[in-house]
Design a protein around this ligand. Sequence first.
Ligand SMILES: C[S@@+](CC[C@H](N)C(=O)[O-])C[C@H]1O[C@@H](n2cnc3c(N)ncnc32)[C@H](O)[C@@H]1O
Length: 175
Amino acid sequence: MDPSPVEPVTRRLGITSRIRALVAHVPGEADWLIDVGTNHGILPIAALRAGCAARCVAIDKSRTALAETRRRLRRSGCLDRVRLVCADTLAAVELPAPEHRVVVCLAGLGPRTIVDLLASGLPRIAARPTRLLLNPLVSSAGPRRFLREHGFDLVADETVADRGREYELLVAEAG
Ligand SMILES: C[S@@+](CC[C@H](N)C(=O)[O-])C[C@H]1O[C@@H](n2cnc3c(N)ncnc32)[C@H](O)[C@@H]1O
């Protein structure tokens, strides 16, 4: 079999099995992927390359992380499809118009941070067709409670193995 030309590129970009599991839950018809705590923009790059999101918003509270994200996006030819936002809350972030299907990802963050971020964006998240991808670094108990209390349905609940660790991945939609 021919060696896949994609393999070395994805490894260099840091597209691990956890990132691939997240991309698998971005529906092909998603208009916007909003990646909160994007760090180096690996998820937006992977989703755009896979063709499952038309545009992305990459949010991080760290300007240093976003500078590296910008460099990687430019190198991978994705910069024109990603809006970079420096923020530590969803409250001030301009979201696309309500008719757009949106996927909001909060991955590689602590459970408390995930709940706080969701709470800060809830009114606007709930006002449109939104899918949430939650991948807490440790316990998922807090995010699960938030989803229950705010009327979200779990559409997938998985454990992903990545480089010797297991991660929980919750996918939810407004009920
Ligand atoms: C461990 S990295 C996770 C990167 C990526 N989401 C992933 O799953 O691989 C966490 C990133 O979240 C950012 N972050 C942490 N708390 C945040 C907050 N409240 N708002 C925005 N970004 C935050 C950090 O600056 C860091 O870049």
